[in-house]
Design a protein around this ligand. Sequence first.
Ligand SMILES: [Zn+2]
Length: 126
Amino acid sequence: MRRIDMIILHCSATKEGQHFTAKDIDYWHRLRGYTMIGYHFVVLLDGRVEEGRPLTMVGAHTYGHNTHSIGVCYIGGLDIDGNAKDTRTVPQRQALEKLIADLQQRFPNATVHKHNEFANKDCPSF
Ligand SMILES: [Zn+2]
């Protein structure tokens, strides 16, 4: 396993209430020239957690911080007009909390961050 000391949170930048899955993001990222989905985990509107890129592989989600991090993305992050909004559903919040706790158990040195700490972006909209 590569060294992992950060968990970085993202949103899919899709509109509130719209259901997408890791498979959709995989398709979008391949269109952008990535080998596959750039995130390691995707949290769906109903709280299901899907796996994206294997943890053993370096992700493609946060410029300059991919080699030593895990990328987690929840579906949403925009209101119906396309403005940044924390659209996390209750199941998504619970699932994120559990996923982060599980990952921190596995990688005790990992600290939790938001994409907007490293880029001039709204992501993850909270
Ligand atoms: Zn992001």
